[in-house]
Design a protein around this ligand. Structure first.
Ligand SMILES: NC(=O)c1ccc[n+]([C@@H]2O[C@H](COP(=O)([O-])OP(=O)(O)OC[C@H]3O[C@@H](n4cnc5c(N)ncnc54)[C@H](OP(=O)(O)O)[C@@H]3O)[C@@H](O)[C@H]2O)c1
Length: 310
């Protein structure tokens, strides 16, 4: 029988829950809006695993108890989102070197001897669509990163891994920017701070030389509280005009698709990449770690997310 996509996914997710069904989930506060349950449950159904993935709200004051309780219950794995990505590191028995570099954990894997291993799959998710251009495609290139918050660290780790020769990170707060660059200096020596302000020509110059520009700010993201938020662009018209045709502009945002930044960049002859594939690929990387399986159904995860987006 033919079913439209939405119905097909709904049917494949209607699997029996028994006393043996194991638990996975995403910890956050708030977390009810998360798209991860739809993405992971579609994949678990296709893999034939008797596991279920839930949104698990945890207030910061409750985080320790929740993480310990989930371990005691035999939880098979956890995703971690805002605001717990830093705090949860202290609750891990082991951290991967990547999680230590990034200073944030987005995935918890249960250890056989008890406790959790914390890692971060955001850098791998970020790099995945860029690697499609070839393993050496970004070697020695110049990248500009807009914003120096939580996701920017994973982006910089990814850019280092891709072999970028110069990474300039633009931040609007000079102190936060200096701290960001100092924190990454040991493993990202090619990282330079870039002051971001109306009267500063540095960013325009950097944009004109960049093969890759990455937006890690939330500017341009659709907001339920601000109807005009999706109309915004992190770059001014003068800055947009400095983008080089043929360069790649990557926006971590995935609602709306495309963002205003990506529309403007495409109109200037740039290649564009939004954040949906990063979301899919960081989830696929986490599911590989939890399940030990390489045949994670990435296309099903992508489709499940697309069905959730407006
Ligand atoms: N696709 C994915 O899988 C994925 C993964 C992670 C994040 N994201 C998206 O990435 C975005 C950022 O997330 P995050 O966790 O990194 O947030 P964050 O930690 O709050 O960092 C945001 C950064 O953007 C800067 N910023 C905010 N508003 C700005 C403005 N009007 N002008 C200039 N800079 C501004 C902030 O500067 P200040 O410090 O000065 O405020 C900060 O440096 C969000 O839209 C999120 O949804 C997507």
């Amino acid at each position: 029988m033919w079913l439209p996509n939405r119905s097909r996914t709904a049917v494949s997710q209607a699997r029996p829950i028994s006393g043996h069904t194991a638990l996975l989930g995403v910890l956050g506060d708030p977390v009810r809006h998360s798209l991860s349950p739809a993405m992971h449950n579609a994949a678990l159904a296709e893999l034939g695993l008797d596991w279920i993935y839930l949104a698990l709200p945890a207030a910061p004051a409750e985080l320790t108890g929740v993480v310990q309780g989930l371990e005691a219950m035999g939880c098979r794995g956890l995703s971690v989102t805002i605001p717990h990505k830093q705090a949860v590191a202290a609750l891990c028995r082991e951290l991967t070197p990547l999680a230590e570099r990034i200073g944030a954990v987005n995935t918890l894997i249960p250890l056989a001897e008890g406790g959790w291993r914390g890692t971060n799959t955001d850098a791998e998710g970020f790099c995945a669509p860029l690697r499609a251009a070839g393993d050496d495609a970004w070697q020695g290139t110049t990248a500009v990163v807009l914003g120096c918050g939580g996701s920017a660290r994973a982006v910089v780790a990814g850019l280092v891994d891709l072999g970028c020769g110069s990474i300039q990170v633009a931040g609007r707060d000079p102190e936060r920017l200096a701290t960001f660059v100092a924190d990454c200096a040991a493993w990202a020596p090619q990282l330079q701070p870039l002051t971001w302000g109306a009267a500063k020509p540095d960013l325009e110059q950097a944009l004109s030389e960049a093969a890759l520009v990455v937006n890690t700010t939330p500017v341009g993201m659709r907001s339920t509280s601000d109807a005009t938020a999706a109309e915004r662009c992190p770059l001014s018209p003068a800055q947009l005009d400095r983008l080089t045709p043929g360069s790649t502009v990557y926006d971590l945002i995935y609602t709306p698709r495309p963002t205003r930044l990506l529309q403007e960049a495409s109109a200037r002859g740039c290649r564009s990449q939004d954040g949906l594939e990063m979301l899919v690929q960081q989830g696929a990387a986490a599911l590989r770690l939890w399940s030990g399986r390489d045949d994670v159904p990435v296309a099903t995860m992508r489709q499940a997310l697309l069905e959730q987006l407006p």
